[in-house]
Write a protein of this length. Structure first.
Length: 109
């Protein structure tokens, strides 16, 4: 994080989690950057960066006690695609790197 300060940059993360789940995450992981809430993945959906977990993966999440319906406060079972965006001070997106669920061709079987 010190290198980022040298370049006068900031990291911001966006999550569909409810504020309470985010507070626990911030505390446990000692997160020092801003963590913004995107209820129902509405913002990520507007960017075309939301995907629905298939039923078999939903079962895996639940088997580990990770109930997204509870954690996110709604039952869409959607997640944002992991990505990084470089945005300048004027709000212009200068670089994008997104890993789509489909492009990753992930198999959980």
């Amino acid at each position: 994080m010190d290198t980022l300060k040298e370049f006068d940059t900031t990291i911001v993360a966006i999550t569909p989690q409810l504020a309470e789940a985010s507070r626990l995450l911030i505390s446990r992981q000692k997160i020092t950057f801003d963590l913004l809430s995107d209820p129902g993945n509405g913002y990520t959906a507007s960017l075309g960066l939301r995907f629905k977990l298939p039923d078999d993966l939903k079962a895996v999440y639940l088997s580990f006690g990770n109930d997204l319906a509870v954690r996110n406060g709604e039952d869409s079972w959607t997640l944002p695609m992991p990505g990084r965006f470089v945005v300048d001070r004027a709000g212009v997106v200068r670089a994008v790197d997104v890993i789509s669920y489909e492009a990753a061709n992930v198999s959980y079987a």
